[in-house]
Ligand binder design. Structure first.
Ligand code: ADP
Ligand code: ADP
Length: 229
């Protein structure tokens, strides 16, 4: 089952008189339950695509569907509603509230979601049940990122979009974060797109998309992963 379908998707940023073509007619289908990794040089359009898929930004041309919903036809308000209902985000920086515990940081979003998990359930999914009452400053960088992941999944989004979630972590700690993400995919079936340079991801992803200059230049499939699941 297709969860995203992009046809000829373009994005042009205009800064004064300069135009930057961030996406140059991108075609892509993403299937429900996949783990997809986006690789490629800085500036090749990876974040731009995630932002458009997540409803944080509008495309300039082409079409993008989330199931039957055409995201490229939505206004800001409808796009925000889509994002709040269906999408969880994880970024390089965790954006936790320093004065709240891990539990309370997750509870902030479960209070406004329709059918949320309990905060302790979400924290258990990332292996942090023993750290619920810690404040961000008492947690390591990797643990803080796992709290941010718990916060992102607590509303049970169908899609989890991760933009350099390991970017601020050393590679070993980054592996733990990748494991948390793939563990969630296995347990909840959340469709997961990840921009990361952490090399371990290539073994655990269903597909790796290589970006070059606003397009996907190559797709690498990992046949072993689904077979093993
Ligand atoms: P990647 O995630 O692969 O590093 P991005 O999607 O962030 O690439 O950026 C693609 C191109 O779009 C780059 O040339 C970048 O400088 C440009 N760009 C991204 N965001 C903006 C913006 N808000 N305004 C102007 N240019 C932007
Ligand atoms: P909201 O309900 O506040 O509109 P969502 O919870 O649906 O937002 O998810 C979008 C979130 O992503 C927003 O809180 C926004 O502040 C955050 N966000 C957007 N871009 C970035 C970024 N580059 N780094 C960190 N957070 C970001």
């Amino acid at each position: 089952q297709k969860i995203f379908s992009a046809q000829g998707l373009t994005k042009v940023y205009t800064a004064g008189e300069v135009q930057v073509h961030a996406l140059r007619g991108l075609d892509l289908d993403v299937y429900a339950g996949e783990v997809v990794v986006l690789l490629g040089p800085s500036g090749s359009g990876k974040s731009t695509l995630l932002n458009i898929m997540g409803g944080l930004d509008h495309a300039s041309g082409g079409r993008l569907f989330f199931k039957d919903l055409e995201l490229t036809a939505l206004d800001d308000r409808a796009l925000t509603a889509y994002r709040r209902q269906h999408v969880g985000f994880v970024f390089q920086f965790y954006n936790l509230v320093p004065s709240l515990t891990a539990y309370e940081n997750v509870a902030l979003v479960t209070e406004i979601a329709e059918r949320p998990m309990r905060p302790d359930e979400a924290l258990a999914l990332v292996g942090l049940e023993a750290r619920m009452d810690h404040f961000p400053a008492q947690l390591s960088g990797g643990e803080q990122q796992r709290v941010a992941i718990a916060r992102a999944i607590a509303k049970r989004p169908e899609v989890l979009l991760c933009d350099e979630p390991t970017g601020a972590l050393d590679s070993r700690t980054g592996v733990r974060v990748i494991e948390a993400l793939t563990g969630i995919n296995t347990q909840l079936g959340t469709t997961t797109l990840i921009i990361t340079h952490n090399a371990t991801i290539r073994d655990v992803a269903d597909r790796v998309l290589y970006f070059a200059d606003g397009r996907i230049s190559r797709i690498q499939k990992n046949e072993t992963r689904r077979a093993a699941a």
